[in-house]
Write a protein that binds this ligand. Structure first.
Ligand SMILES: Nc1ncnc2c1ncn2[C@@H]1O[C@H](COP(=O)(O)OP(=O)(O)OP(=O)(O)O)[C@@H](O)[C@H]1O
Length: 341
């Protein structure tokens, strides 16, 4: 478990004075989660990342990793703690004069691991990330996706508790992005490493994250499991991850109906229409795969004159399906939405 506990970071410089990059960040990341952190430019994502990988000292609050407070470590303990956090970078950051194997083994070399043990670990990692046969290639001989595979293997070399991914796919084309995201899920499941992923791309969150947090102006505005967020009609972050068209906001008689897994596949919509003799139409949404879950999210038009109490009574009897009238919801934060689109 990683706990950000009222974390704060203020940069002080003569030129800009005090800049409060993180104000009061409180967030728990469960073991084995893939935690996405999204936010507009300047929200504090990089600062949060640099505090977590111990490159930056917070000015307030704590970061607790499996019970250890990382913000109060001595410099000797700091070195050991850094090994518990592997970082995957946006632009790979490989050493171009070193082969794939030597890049992957670098953290072990720096930690003084003996050669035989290092070689065995490198072989394991090469297989894990699917780079068999490329061990002796140099980074310049690899595609972007292959270079990121090296970056992921290197970050895992010292068996960290946390894999910190900083925009890991934003330098890659869509097909390669998809392969790298699959690899991150594979690594998460097979090694059990917790992943914290900083991204601008909501599609990445939708595709692989189990948990998400929205950071804005140095604060966590919203956080939770992705499934809870996208099935909560009042969640602005859920709306960003799995949007219903903004044009429908506030339209009378339109409700957002959400359902999970088996419930998402049930013919409850036609049952509803039959039971009440209603003409209803689905105006947006569908059933989507979000991570491993099946999430049904539909905007349904019951007509402006519908007897809401009767419909609500039906949903009260069907707790696996949720209903929220769109004209009773708050408008989503469109400025953040535009930046993250
Ligand atoms: N070394 C620094 N000195 C002073 N201010 C800084 C420093 N690094 C970041 N900041 C400021 O802190 C705030 C948060 O910046 P940060 O880079 O963490 O945001 P971000 O969400 O990662 O943005 P982006 O997505 O554009 O990279 C911004 O106002 C930024 O100007």
């Amino acid at each position: 478990m990683i706990e950000f506990d009222h974390l704060a970071k203020t940069y002080t410089s003569q030129k800009h004075g005090d800049v409060q990059a993180l104000t009061d960040v409180t967030l728990s990341v469960p073991d084995g989660a893939i935690q996405g952190i999204v936010g507009p430019s300047g929200a504090g994502k990089s600062t949060l990342l640099r505090c977590l990988n111990l490159l930056e000292q917070p000015t307030g609050g704590r970061i607790v990793l499996n019970g250890d407070d990382l913000t109060t470590l001595s410099s000797a303990d700091l070195r050991a703690a850094r090994r518990r956090i592997g970082t995957v970078f946006q632009h790979f950051e490989l050493l171009h004069s070193r082969t794939v194997a030597d890049n992957i083994g670098l953290p072990l070399e720096l930690a003084g691991t003996e050669r035989k043990e290092r070689e065995a670990r490198i072989a394991e990692l090469v297989e894990l990330v699917g780079l068999q046969g490329r061990e002796h290639s140099f980074p310049s001989q690899l595609s972007g996706g292959q270079q990121q595979r090296v970056g992921i293997a290197r970050a895992l070399a010292a068996r960290p508790d946390v894999l910190l991914c900083d925009e890991p796919t934003s330098a890659l084309d869509p097909a390669t992005t998809s392969q790298i995201l699959d690899l991150l899920v594979h690594v998460n499941r097979s090694v059990g490493v917790t992943i914290v992923l900083i991204t601008h791309e909501l599609g990445v969150v939708r595709r692989i994250c189990t948990h998400a947090a929205l950071l804005d102006r140095g604060r966590i505005v919203e956080s939770g499991s992705v499934v809870d967020l996208v099935t909560d009609a009042g969640s602005a972050l859920g709306q960003l991850i799995a949007p219903i068209p903004a044009a429908l906001a506030g339209r009378p008689g339109v409700a957002l109906i959400t359902a999970l897994d088996e419930a998402a596949d049930q013919p409850w919509l036609s049952e509803l229409a039959r039971t009440f003799g209603l003409d209803i139409s689905v105006v947006a949404g569908g059933v989507e795969q979000i991570g491993e879950r099946h999430v049904g999210k539909l905007a349904v038009d019951f007509g402006a004159d519908v007897d809401r109490a009767r419909i609500e009574a039906y949903f009260a009897d069907h707790p696996q399906v949720h209903l929220a009238w769109l004209d009773r919801l708050h408008a989503p934060a469109t400025d953040i939405e535009e930046e993250l689109a």
